[in-house]
Design a protein. Structure first.
Length: 86
């Protein structure tokens, strides 16, 4: 086994599959070893798009595919949304 993580410029020691813990977790969470959490603005945009699509009658599966989150996250976004005023 190599003494370095297989991600370029990472000098941490690998544990599983040639990846260090940090890069393995990033792949699991974001699907990208260099991925990082969304900014507040990006999350706000995703919530807004989720609400608009739900208002138009899209299913959670369709919304999840477009927004790039899981169906569970779609339901969380909708449940946490503030009530709309007409």
């Amino acid at each position: 086994m190599s003494s370095k993580c297989r991600i370029a410029e990472c000098t941490k020691s690998p544990r599983y599959g040639g990846l260090c813990d940090m890069h393995r977790k990033r792949i699991a969470l974001h699907g990208d070893p260099n991925g990082v959490a969304w900014s507040v603005a990006e999350r706000r945009d995703r919530v807004r798009i989720t609400r608009r699509m739900a208002d138009r009658g899209c299913t959670a599966t369709q919304i999840a595919r477009v927004v790039g989150v899981s169906e569970r996250t779609v339901y969380r976004y909708l449940a946490a949304a503030e009530p709309r005023t007409p």
